[in-house]
Design a protein. Structure first.
Ligand code: FES
Length: 163
């Protein structure tokens, strides 16, 4: 409807205004939702998929005594991705292996295997762990962190267990 002077009536003007707002809203959603998803995606994916890391041929790990291996990995935490070198202790039995973190569960010092006592020892505060990673003494309250292991075509692979 038009007024006597040919101008659109108030209701028609209001309809155009609502349609314009609806278009602006749709355009905002079209741009905003993917943008917010893109920004939040790294936070959502924080270490969800721990990769298997190759530790080389399992034959190079001696049997019977825990043996240290240095592993390089990429750690992603939110937007930050960094290279991490860590020591993993391997206790091999044929084609099977147990793998422990080399970090003491008290405050993170590097543990070492003492063959004369048959224990892992922490030099910082005297923490002691069995060859299976259980706490034997000192301030640590929980066992050494374990890794998943598997052998693929003679190669040992290790994966961090998510907690
Ligand atoms: S850091 Fe190992 S006992 Fe404290």
């Amino acid at each position: 409807m038009r007024s006597a002077g040919g101008e659109p009536t108030t209701s028609r003007r209001r309809l155009f205004q609502i349609a314009l707002w609806a278009c602006q809203g749709a355009l905002g959603l079209l741009v905003g939702v993917p943008a917010v998803g893109f920004l939040l995606d790294p936070l959502r994916r924080r270490d969800l998929d721990e990769p298997w890391l190759s530790a080389g041929a399992i034959d190079r790990v001696p049997e019977g005594e825990p043996h240290p291996l240095r592993l390089e990995s990429r750690r992603r935490d939110g937007y930050v991705e960094r290279s991490v070198t860590s020591t993993v202790w391997i206790l091999r039995d044929g084609d099977r292996a147990l793998a422990f973190s080399g970090a003491c569960t008290h405050l993170g010092c590097n543990i070492a295997w003492n063959p004369s006592t048959g224990e892992f020892e922490c030099p910082c505060h005297g923490g002691r762990f069995s060859r299976a990673g259980e706490v034997l003494g000192g301030p640590p309250r929980r066992p050494l962190d374990r890794f998943e292991t598997r052998t693929v075509d003679g190669a040992l692979e290790i994966r961090r267990i998510r907690t």
